[in-house]
Each structure stands twice: as structure tokens, then as C-alpha cells.
Write a protein that binds this ligand. Structure first.
Ligand code: HEC
Ligand code: HEC
Ligand code: HEC
Ligand code: HEC
Ligand code: HEC
Ligand code: HEC
Length: 344
């Protein structure tokens, strides 16, 4: 064999051996496992955890929020239930910087490289932990969104950092005023500034008889009438507050749209309403100031009230008897009729 041919062969074999050794020693095990890309990269990117800094980190710059939060129910250290700032506001730490070619997921390094998001849709955020659902342990406080909040943001009433603090819209304005009219600003968050409630399952108060409102508020205060929403509010009212608030709402004119008037259901309700007229008036305005007027009341509230009498949840001897014989269809028809009878 000519000398130069054998040199060439030795060179090729050495080159081949070096290439094989390089493949064996320098490529990752997963190379080509799933075709022409690195099979492990997906798992690696997924395992890249956000870097939490912990709530203490926020304290120095957001002292006020931190103070509210650390005194609030979302910071119940003694029972091991702490909703950390970063649960709602996202991780505040930047990711570890890798080597030059190593994948690094981007994250905000707050405050150095950006602000953290402020959750704007609390109707999505808070129900993650508080929506009533079967299987959710009863110790975790739960609410039925539709009846509790309707379409209102949770933050309209709850301070997210200390949610037992009820911050009802208008309350801040009301604090400037003293006495009962300042308190009416608190009521307005639920019963509306004009006495027309913001949620159809809550009652309108405008134009209602003052004497009835007084009785109702005192019943909440003593616990004779139960409502999670009203008990706490009524507990803080003096007799004088109750009287002036009741007069305040009684003096308002009830302004509601007569939407369902004339419908078949309303006509069926009118036919059934004869028995009720003795007390609640021919047009839903009661003659006796101690008995509630029903005209223009929220339909869903009327349905709820009648069912509550039926089930004994709301206790009143007269109404328990009146509601006992009503079918669901009757209740719906009566509620449609009264909610549409705008006679005030
Ligand atoms: C070194 C100080 C500092 C620390 C620590 C800090 N922040 Fe901030 N934060 C700021 C500054 C400055 C702003 C910008 C304020 C502005 O522009 O109104 C801000 C803005 C925010 C905003 C947006 C406010 C808005 O109105 O848009 C949120 C939410 C926030 N921080 C949450 C947090 C949380 C949660 C932590 C703890 C994990 C934290 N911050 C830690 C200084 C800090
Ligand atoms: C349960 C969820 C939740 C937790 C926990 C939470 N926040 Fe918030 N935070 C919110 C919501 C919701 C808002 C928007 C407030 C609003 O709309 O009134 C907000 C607003 C803020 C703002 C902006 C305030 C402004 O005036 O614009 C800052 C700053 C902030 N939070 C810091 C913190 C800090 C610091 C912590 C921990 C000590 C924390 N938050 C814990 C939900 C939360
Ligand atoms: C990550 C889960 C989580 C999120 C998100 C969350 N909460 Fe909570 N919440 C809790 C826990 C845990 C408690 C404490 C329960 C306890 O003390 O047993 C609590 C307590 C409460 C309470 C007090 C209930 C009582 O005992 O009277 C209210 C009210 C509340 N949260 C409202 C909210 C609102 C409003 C939001 C949205 C801004 C929100 N929560 C978001 C977990 C959460
Ligand atoms: C219009 C005002 C209002 C809105 C909107 C509202 N809440 Fe409430 N919430 C209240 C009041 C009032 C209470 C009773 C407070 C009390 O009993 O001390 C309450 C109580 C709660 C409780 C404690 C229930 C219990 O069984 O003790 C939770 C949890 C709660 N709210 C979560 C939410 C969530 C989540 C949202 C948003 C989907 C929301 N709330 C919207 C006014 C409101
Ligand atoms: C957080 C929401 C909320 C606030 C704030 C609130 N209420 Fe209520 N209120 C309700 C709900 C819900 C009911 C119905 C409860 C029931 O079914 O017994 C109600 C019922 C009433 C009733 C009985 C009405 C009837 O037709 O039987 C009166 C009176 C009343 N509220 C007055 C007030 C006054 C006065 C204030 C302010 C001091 C106030 N409320 C604040 C939610 C609220
Ligand atoms: C004998 C008199 C009487 C008759 C008849 C009567 N009611 Fe009543 N109704 C009352 C009294 C008194 C109350 C207040 C009870 C209380 O404080 O819970 C009331 C309360 C109500 C309420 C709750 C109103 C509110 O604002 O919370 C509804 C709804 C109602 N009645 C519907 C009816 C219907 C429908 C009928 C006919 C089927 C009827 N009532 C017949 C006396 C009567």
C-alpha cells in the first residue's frame, strides 16, 4: 500500500473515533429521543419555578398594606392559614440567571424590573378559594356567588387585604357625616343610594313603611330575624339611628321600572293576590304601617322571603300560615305581580 494511502486511512479512522467519542461524551442523554430537538427541554422549562420572596419582603415598602394584611383573617398564622401577598399578586422574584445558553424564563424582579399586577377581577380571584362547592371542607368559608355578590366585585365590599373589614361604596364619603345619615352611606352599598337595592335578591327600602323598617331592623339586632348580611350592620345601630334611618327610607319615592307588568305570570299573580290584599293592600301598598308594602319590591327577594317563611327560616306566624299552601309556581306568579306593581 502506498504510504500516503495508509496515512489517509489512519487520519479518517482517528477522525471517526474522535467524532464518536464526542457524541458519546458531549451530547445529553435525551438527544434525538423525540426527533430533532432536545427531548428534556419541555420538562426543564416546566420545572422552572417562580421565585417567591415572601410577604416579609413587601413590608418595608408597602407598610400600610402589610399592616392591614397582617392583622386580617388572610393572615391566620395560629391555624396555619396564610394567604401570602404573592398568591394574589404573583411572584416578585426574578428567576436565577443561568449560563449564556441556558434557558431562563422571564419574570418580574419587583420592584427593580417592574410593578406587580393588581388583580382587577376579584370575581375571578376570590371564588377560587371561597366559592361554595361540594367537597370543599366546611372550615373554609364559602359563599354562593349569585346570591352573595351577584355581579358585583368582591372588593366593592371586602378589603382584600383584611376581608372582614367591609368597605361599602360610599362609606368613605359617609364617614365625614356623623350620625344616622353617615350610616345610610353604608346601607347604600347594598340598598342603593335611592333605596333601590343593587342586587335583585336584596330588598328595596324606598317608600317602605317606617314602622315596618323599625321592626325589621330591631329583629335583626336581637337575632329574631337572621341574616349574615344584616346582623352585623344592625348590631351597630342605636334606637335613634334605627328610627332616623327608617324615616329616611320611608320618605324616599320608590323608582323602579315596571318591567314585567302585564305579563301572563303577573296576571296569574294578581288573581292569587286577593288573599294577600287584606294586609298588603289591593295594589301592594299595605294599609297598616307595621306591615310591609310589597309593590315594586325586588322579585327575587320576594321569592326568597316567601320560601323562607315556608321553610321556617324566617319566623312570623301570620306569614308562615299564608305561605304554607303556596306552590313554587304561585310564589313566582305573586312575586312577578308585586314586583311589577309600581304604585308607590
Ligand atoms: C423596595 C421596595 C418595594 C418592595 C420590597 C416591594 N414593592 Fe411593590 N412597589 C414598589 C414601588 C416603588 C411600586 C410602584 C408604585 C407606583 O408606581 O405607584 C410598587 C408597586 C407595587 C404594586 C402595583 C401598585 C399599583 O398601583 O399598580 C403592587 C401590587 C406591589 N407593588 C406589590 C408588592 C408585593 C406583593 C411585594 C412583596 C412581594 C412588593 N410589592 C414589594 C416598591 C416595592
Ligand atoms: C387575597 C388577595 C390579596 C392578597 C393576599 C394581597 N392583596 Fe394586595 N391587592 C389585592 C386586590 C384585589 C387589590 C386591588 C384593590 C382594590 O381594587 O381595591 C390589591 C391592591 C394592592 C396594591 C395596590 C394598591 C393601590 O392602591 O392601587 C398593593 C401595593 C398591594 N395590594 C400590596 C399587597 C401586599 C404588600 C400584600 C401582602 C402583605 C398584599 N397586597 C396581599 C389582593 C390581594
Ligand atoms: C388562596 C385562597 C384564598 C383566596 C384567593 C382568597 N381567600 Fe379569603 N380566605 C382564605 C382563607 C384560608 C381564609 C381564612 C379562613 C379561616 O380563618 O378559617 C379566608 C378568609 C376570608 C374571609 C373571612 C371569613 C370569615 O371567617 O368571616 C373573607 C370575608 C374572605 N376570605 C374574603 C376574600 C376575598 C374578598 C378574596 C378576594 C379578594 C379572598 N378572600 C381571596 C383563602 C383565600
Ligand atoms: C355588597 C357587599 C358584598 C359583596 C359584593 C361581597 N360580600 Fe362577602 N360579605 C359581605 C358581608 C356584609 C358579609 C358578612 C360579614 C359578617 O358576617 O361579618 C360577607 C361575608 C363573606 C364571607 C364569610 C361568609 C361566612 O360564612 O362567614 C366570605 C367568605 C365572603 N363574604 C366572600 C366574598 C367573595 C368571595 C365575594 C366576591 C365573589 C364577596 N364576598 C362579595 C358583603 C359582601
Ligand atoms: C352587605 C349588604 C347590606 C348592607 C350594608 C345593609 N343591608 Fe339591609 N339587607 C341586606 C339583605 C341581604 C337583606 C335581606 C335579609 C333577609 O332576607 O332577611 C336586608 C334587609 C334589610 C331590611 C329588611 C327589609 C324588608 O323588606 O324586610 C331592612 C329594613 C334593612 N335591610 C335596612 C338596612 C339599613 C338601614 C342598613 C344600613 C344601616 C342596611 N340595611 C345595610 C343587605 C344589606
Ligand atoms: C293577615 C295579614 C297578612 C296577610 C293576609 C298576608 N301577609 Fe304577608 N306579611 C304580613 C306581615 C305582618 C308581614 C311582616 C312579617 C315579618 O316581619 O317577617 C308580612 C311579610 C310579607 C313578606 C315579606 C316582605 C318583606 O319586605 O320582607 C312577603 C313577601 C309577604 N308578606 C307576602 C305575602 C303574600 C304573597 C301574601 C298572600 C299570599 C301575604 N303576604 C298575605 C301580613 C300578611
Amino acid at each position: 500500500m502506498p504510504k500516503h494511502i495508509s496515512r489517509l486511512i489512519i487520519l479518517l479512522v482517528t477522525f471517526g473515533a474522535a467524532a464518536y467519542a464526542a457524541k458519546v461524551f458531549f451530547t445529553a442523554d435525551s438527544f434525538y429521543a423525540y426527533g430533532h430537538y432536545r427531548g428534556k427541554s419541555v420538562a426543564e422549562i416546566a420545572s422552572d419555578k417562580p421565585k417567591y420572596k415572601g410577604s416579609e419582603y413587601c413590608q418595608s415598602c408597602h407598610a400600610e398594606r402589610y399592616a392591614e394584611w397582617s392583622k386580617g383573617v388572610h393572615h391566620s398564622v395560629e391555624i396555619g392559614k396564610v394567604v401570602q401577598c404573592e398568591v394574589c399578586h404573583q411572584a416578585a422574584g426574578g428567576r436565577d440567571a443561568g449560563g449564556m445558553f441556558q434557558h431562563v424564563a422571564t419574570g418580574i424582579d419587583h420592584p427593580a424590573s417592574g410593578k406587580l399586577p393588581v388583580p382587577t377581577d376579584s370575581l375571578k380571584l376570590c371564588p377560587l378559594c371561597h366559592e361554595k362547592m361540594p367537597g370543599r371542607p366546611a372550615e373554609q368559608r364559602q359563599i354562593v356567588i349569585a346570591t352573595h355578590a351577584g355581579t358585583q366585585q368582591c372588593t366593592a365590599c371586602h378589603n382584600p387585604h383584611s376581608p372582614r373589614m367591609i368597605v361599602v361604596a360610599g362609606a368613605a364619603a359617609g364617614q365625614a357625616e356623623t350620625g344616622a345619615m353617615g350610616k345610610a352611606a353604608i346601607c347604600a352599598g347594598c340598598h342603593g343610594g335611592e333605596g333601590v337595592s343593587v342586587n335583585p335578591v336584596w330588598p328595596n327600602l324606598a317608600g317602605q313603611h317606617s314602622a315596618y323598617l323599625v321592626d325589621a331592623l330591631k329583629a335583626y339586632r336581637t337575632g329574631a330575624r337572621q341574616s349574615a348580611m344584616m346582623s352585623a350592620t344592625a348590631a351597630g345601630l342605636s334606637d335613634a339611628d334605627i328610627q332616623s334611618l327608617s324615616d329616611h327610607y320611608a320618605a324616599m319615592k320608590l323608582k323602579v321600572a315596571a318591567s314585567a307588568a302585564g305579563s301572563a305570570s303577573a296576571a296569574a299573580g294578581k288573581a292569587k293576590a286577593d288573599t294577600c290584599a287584606t294586609c298588603h293592600g289591593a295594589e301592594g301598598v299595605s294599609g297598616n304601617p307595621a306591615w310591609p308594602s310589597l309593590a315594586g319590591q325586588q322579585k327575587d327577594y320576594l321569592v326568597g322571603a316567601l320560601k323562607a317563611y315556608q321553610e321556617g327560616v324566617r319566623k312570623n306566624e301570620i306569614m308562615a300560615g299564608m305561605a304554607k299552601g303556596l306552590s313554587d309556581a304561585d310564589i313566582d306568579a305573586l312575586a312577578t305581580y308585586y314586583s311589577s306593581a309600581t304604585v308607590h
